[in-house]
Unconditional design. Sequence first.
Lengths: 295, 295
Amino acid sequence: MIGVYDSGYGGLTVLRALRASLPTHDFVYLGDSGRAPYGGRDTDTILDFAEQCVERLFEEGCELIVVACHTVSCVALRHLQRRYITNVSRDTSPDTPSDTSDVSRRILGVTIPAAEAAVARSRGHIGVIGTARTVSSGTFATEIAKLGPHRVTQRAAPLLAPLVEEGWEDGEIARLAVSRYVAGLGDIDTLVLGCTHYPLLTDAFAAALPPSVTLLDPAPFVAARLTDWLGRHSGFVAPGTGALRVLCTGDPERFRAHGERFLGEPLPAVSHVAEEGGRLAHKARVEVRVGQVVR
Amino acid sequence: MIGVYDSGYGGLTVLRALRASLPTHDFVYLGDSGRAPYGGRDTDTILDFAEQCVERLFEEGCELIVVACHTVSCVALRHLQRRYITNVSRDTSPDTPSDTSDVSRRILGVTIPAAEAAVARSRGHIGVIGTARTVSSGTFATEIAKLGPHRVTQRAAPLLAPLVEEGWEDGEIARLAVSRYVAGLGDIDTLVLGCTHYPLLTDAFAAALPPSVTLLDPAPFVAARLTDWLGRHSGFVAPGTGALRVLCTGDPERFRAHGERFLGEPLPAVSHVAEEGGRLAHKARVEVRVGQVVR
């Protein structure tokens, strides 16, 4: 089973590409919607949340987890890989296979597939737009620098994910906000949509950028890379029937209703998981309490 | 000393009104900017954060704390008052004086002054706009119902506080977003700005509403009520010199730079406080970590 982890709804755009490429695999999606957005949070909080979510997905029976959230992938992927896949010390290169590697499971991110796709398409100047934390991590620039001598111009766009969460991705407000954010990106020839919410703003980005700029949604490249990896590691993930289970930390009914815009098809019933003693456990959803609360 | 607590920058608009009314009092402002926004968070998290912030302000020497954040005031004020001011059980009315009351300190909110001001001005139909949590609490409607038979129409506007945080309160995006949110408010005659960020959007609200609608920023009414209370309880708060100290949980340099738009004057140096074992303690700001983080 393949796990897909995101801070909320956005990763459903990645899940959509993964299921299109791997129609007979089973997926579990975990959206940490009750604690989203991650983009402005401090690093330790992101590491805590990411550990809880990854542990939940392993407990659900996943052999392989895709960290679909660019913020987590940029900040915490290395940490998650070291903690759950290998026991090597932090001084050892994470690319060096280790005797203590747990070869029965894998955690993959979205940054490297996005960087590879951008470098393959760019004529020399790549733009990256994402959350404040994604941009301040500098991880996209680091990964692109490993692949070629391209210039990279980054822009944090803190308002775009909330705008999509609000369901306002179509219309004048989205177009104006996207225009304002991309205005400072100069003569880029390729723009990486470095947040899983942004594919829903494709029309607004296309309207705001010159036609010569390639707009790059990393999701299909993440799917292509995973499909390739599974082809080279046949048997790593047990075959399935195209089943999908969905978990979230927020309101499951709201998640199911809003998720369809991101997944492109209706979601199955959504299960609620919530933090309990530092772990995410299956729990019945507690009602939103009305009025003054006393505990 | 008077403490003012808010989830971030917004409460500086309340502090501005308080300092204008009480120029010789000393204030400590605590903005929980590192954990903002509160508006979409679950109730227990809001209670945890509010306890930590109130405890920090009492430790700073405050005799009286104004909870400037409408989300906290709507959800957690009663809890804070019971926990820190009285030891009465939750079955006792909080308005009943108790032998176990700690009469040396007080915690006041912003909801009741706002409700009183709205009822005094409205001809019968009051609109309230605020965060998702403020609206789902129903506290404004409850407090207004205690004062008169007015109709109340509420609207959650999750995008407006992030929009102001981004510094985009002037211009077309703000005007369009505000218009979209107020469109469903019907024939209201008074609109309560139920979030401390919204006074910065006054121009956008004025442009979106008919001139017959009274736009109500609760801040001056909160200040008038506190001034009146202090007049009736002279000696409760030790007199001062108009000094101001500012604490925040996020980046103190950023807080100082952005806070001026909310306070209407430059902020003094901002001290950093951070969570440590469930308490907020003074701590040197940790640098934002770049790249992949391993711990």
